[in-house]
Design a protein around this ligand. Structure first.
Ligand code: HEM
Length: 372
């Protein structure tokens, strides 16, 4: 078989169908995990995220980023396989055919936007003029809508290809046949995952080439996204520092110095820290249980919290803790990590840490807990 004929076979409808199924699965996983992450960060009234299992957010976001990265070779291969069809004439054969072709624009354009912004975001490279979360979220809905139209148009053909056994491949004369091509694409996706997963799966950390962070590299043995220097907090005046617990939900507002916080009974817990950007680690934290602070302040049953940082230069300066998570015994105002006083980059003098919360909600440099 000539190389040209093998290329044609590789670009066969069967290749397009198999790659389409793989992409459909990958995009569905990304969509479900992405929308879940969105709901956790901006919960509507009907949504509550539990504090157990402690590592569920870590799995969700690790899966999101790894599946998204695995989709990149799949999308490139799919576009390569089907691109000759884009130049077929007549361009539009019927109204339905026209609608199906029109849906390709948001499908392909939106997919490229999702993969590029997603990859840029985890590498802290955001040259676009819009908010990452808003753009990525809107693109996800557009792509999934266009995907539904695409599946409706191509579902029957795809199922037909999946149901039939593939025709035996003719002997190769050195070029890449369809099976070889698909195996190479699957290999590329697998390699992308293996070379990135070390940012959250510690046995693979030695192979972390494609992800910018490793579970074990950073001050006190794990990574940092926002440093103390980036928010102007490399030194904190401990004489002036107070942890205030107040708000309409308490009977006895508290104002505690750092030394008073250290003198309170402390609790130790291994709680994962899982960044929205896909990396995660499992440090050992030590600090004052938030539940104890609330008891001292006479907080009402069923209260919720707004935890506020002393840094004022980042949008991440406050986070909510809903009523369901407030009773969690491992929700700590952490003062130490991995046996040492918190590094400024990890939130010295005190940071919030709670099981199953996204990293952006584990507020650093905490100065106030408002009880509502
Ligand atoms: C290379 C591929 C991708 C990477 C690296 C990636 C990365 C990310 C990251 C880091 C976030 C968290 C953003 C934040 O909360 O600050 C996120 C959120 C999200 N992603 Fe992706 N993503 C990728 C592909 C996709 C795909 C293919 C879809 C949908 C089919 C998708 C849908 C979403 C959604 C819905 C969110 C929630 C956005 C929000 O919180 O408003 N992502 N993604």
């Amino acid at each position: 078989m000539s190389v040209i004929a093998q290329e044609a076979a590789a670009r066969s409808e069967r290749s397009a169908a198999l790659l389409g199924v793989a992409l459909g699965v990958a995009f569905t996983i990304c969509f479900v995990t992405g929308v879940l992450s969105h709901l956790i960060q901006d919960p509507p009234g009907w949504f509550a995220w539990p504090s157990r299992p402690a590592g569920a957010y870590r799995v969700n976001q690790g899966l999101h980023v790894l599946t998204g990265m695995a989709a990149i070779p799949l999308l490139l291969a799919k576009v390569w396989v089907v691109h000759p069809k884009l130049f077929e004439r007549p361009m539009v054969r019927s109204l339905a055919h026209g609608a199906e072709r029109l849906a390709l624009l948001p499908l392909v354009g939106g997919s490229v936007l999702l993969l590029v912004t997603g990859l840029g975001n985890v590498n802290i490279w955001r040259p676009w003029p819009f908010s990452f979360r808003d753009g990525h979220y809107a693109a996800a809905w557009v792509v999934m809508g266009a995907l539904v139209i695409h599946v409706a148009a191509k579902g029957a053909v795809t199922l037909g290809h999946l149901a039939r056994r593939a025709a035996p491949a003719p002997p190769s004369d050195g070029g890449l046949d369809r099976r070889g091509f698909l195996a190479a694409v699957a290999g590329a996706s697998t390699l992308v995952v293996v070379l990135s997963a070390g940012q959250t799966v510690w046995p693979l950390r030695a192979f972390t080439v494609l992800a910018p962070r490793r579970t074990d590299i950073g001050p006190q043995g794990f990574p940092v996204n926002r440093t103390a220097a980036s928010v102007g907090l490399t030194t904190v005046d401990l004489d002036a520092y107070r942890l205030v617990v107040d708000g309409p939900g308490v009977r006895r507002p508290l104002s505690l110095t750092y030394h008073e916080l250290r003198a309170l009974p402390q609790r130790e817990a291994e709680v994962p820290i899982a960044c929205v950007e896909g990396w995660s680690a499992s440090p050992q934290w030590r600090g004052v249980p938030v539940r104890d602070l609330l008891d001292r302040a006479g907080a009402r049953e069923g209260c919720a919290l707004r935890v506020v940082s002393i840094q004022e230069s980042s949008r991440l300066r406050e986070a909510e803790v809903d009523a369901g998570q407030v009773g969690e015994r491992d929700l700590l105002l952490a003062l130490e990590v991995n046996g040492e006083v918190l590094d400024p980059d990890h939130g010295f003098p005190a940071r919030l840490i709670g099981p199953n919360r996204p990293g952006v909600q584990q507020t650093k440099w905490v100065g106030r807990i408002e009880v509502t």
